[in-house]
Design a protein around this ligand. Structure first.
Ligand SMILES: Nc1nc2c(ncn2[C@@H]2O[C@H](COP(=O)(O)OP(=O)(O)O)[C@@H](O)[C@H]2O)c(=O)[nH]1
Ligand SMILES: [Mg+2]
Length: 296
C-alpha cells in the first residue's frame, strides 16, 4: 500500500498493543470471511427463546449520523439489491422490519430496528433521555410521537404498561459520524444517560462509526482500506473515550447513502459484519435473560 501517511504499515500492526488491536483484529477476521457466509448465518439465525419472535435493536445517535441510512444499508446488504429508503419521519416510534422472503413469502428477518430522532444538545429538541429509557424497557408503543418537552406518561394511550419480551430493546446501537470534528458535550451527556440506563438493564451496546469515506481519502478510494486507516483508528479511539464504549465494541461502516445502483461487496462486508455482531450481542442478551429468575 506504500507509505501513505494515513495508512498503517504492517510494522505498526505489530507494534500495536492488544487493546488497540481489537478493532483491527475483529476486521482481520472479517477480511477472511465472505459475504455468503455472513448472509447464511444471518439468514439462518432464529432466537432460541420462544417468547422472543425477534431481536429488537435500538439505533440512536445525533441527527445526520446515518441511522436511517444504516437501516436501509442493512436491508440492501441482506437483500442483495438497493432498498427503497425507509420513511424519514423518525419523530414517531416505528419498527423497521426487513423482508426475508420474496413474492408471496411474507417472512421477515427475526431482528427489527427502532430508529429514534437525534440526540440534540438543546433540551427542547430531540428525544428525551427518559423516553429512550422507556423505549428500552418496551413501554413505548408503535406510532408514539416523541415530545421533546414532556416525557411519555403512564396514562398515555401510547404507553405500554405490559411489554412483551420482544417489545423490549435487546441491543443498543450508537451511530456516530466519523466525519464530525467533536461531539457536542450536551449530546455526550445525553448519550451517557442512555448508556447508563442500558448498562443498568444489562443491554449490550455497540457503537458504529459512519461516514468513514468522508474521513479518509484512502477509504473513499477503496473501502477495504478501513483496516489500515490511521485517521479512522484515531477516530475510533476518540469515540471510545467520548462515549465509554470499549474499542472492541466499535465497528465502522460506509452506508449506502443514495445514488448507488448496485451493491458493493466490500461495503456489504462491513455492514453485514456489524449486523452479525449486533445479532450475536442480542442473542447473548436474550439467552442470559431467559436464564435469570425474572426473565425479560
Ligand atoms: N458519505 C456518506 N454519507 C452518508 C453515510 N451515512 C449517511 N450518509 C448521508 O448523511 C446524511 C444523513 O443520513 P441519515 O441516514 O438521514 O442520518 P440520521 O439523521 O441519523 O437518520 C444523508 O444525506 C446520508 O445520505 C456514509 O456512511 N457516508
Ligand atoms: Mg433518520
Amino acid at each position: 500500500i506504500g507509505n501513505h501517511d494515513s495508512i498503517i504499515t504492517s510494522n505498526d500492526l505489530l507494534n500495536m498493543n492488544s487493546s488497540l488491536n481489537c478493532f483491527f483484529s475483529n476486521d482481520m477476521i472479517c477480511l477472511s470471511r465472505n459475504n455468503a457466509e455472513l448472509l447464511k448465518e444471518l439468514t439462518e439465525y432464529a432466537p432460541l427463546n420462544e417468547d422472543v419472535r425477534h431481536l429488537r435493536m435500538l439505533v440512536y445517535g445525533p441527527v445526520g449520523a446515518g441511522k436511517s441510512s444504516f437501516i436501509n444499508s442493512m436491508t440492501s446488504a441482506l437483500r442483495g439489491r438497493m432498498a427503497i429508503p425507509a420513511a424519514v419521519n423518525n419523530t414517531q416510534y416505528k419498527t423497521h422490519r426487513i423482508r426475508k422472503g420474496r413474492g408471496q413469502d411474507r417472512s421477515y428477518f427475526p431482528f427489527v430496528f427502532n430508529d429514534i430522532m437525534g440526540l440534540e444538545s438543546d433540551k427542547n429538541e430531540g428525544v428525551r433521555a427518559d423516553d429512550i429509557k422507556l423505549a428500552m424497557k418496551g413501554h413505548v408503543k408503535e406510532g408514539y410521537k416523541f415530545n421533546p418537552v414532556s416525557p411519555l406518561s403512564t396514562s398515555d394511550m401510547y404507553y405500554n404498561s405490559n411489554p412483551r419480551p420482544d417489545d423490549k430493546i435487546h441491543v443498543l446501537v450508537l451511530l456516530l459520524s466519523a466525519n464530525c470534528p467533536e461531539t457536542d458535550t450536551d449530546v455526550i451527556q445525553k448519550m451517557k444517560a442512555v448508556r447508563e440506563t442500558a448498562r443498568d438493564l444489562k443491554i449490550p451496546q455497540i457503537a458504529i462509526g459512519t461516514h468513514i469515506d468522508e474521513l479518509c481519502d484512502e477509504i473513499e478510494k477503496d473501502v477495504k482500506n478501513v483496516y489500515k486507516s490511521k485517521s479512522l483508528k484515531r477516530k475510533m479511539e476518540l469515540f471510545s473515550q467520548e462515549v465509554g464504549i470499549p474499542l472492541n465494541c466499535i465497528m465502522a461502516v460506509k452506508n449506502y447513502s443514495g445514488g448507488e445502483m448496485k451493491n458493493n461487496p466490500d461495503m456489504d462486508t462491513l455492514i453485514l459484519t456489524a449486523l452479525k455482531y449486533m445479532v450475536n450481542f442480542g442473542d447473548d442478551f436474550i439467552e442470559e435473560m431467559s436464564n435469570t429468575a425474572n426473565g425479560i
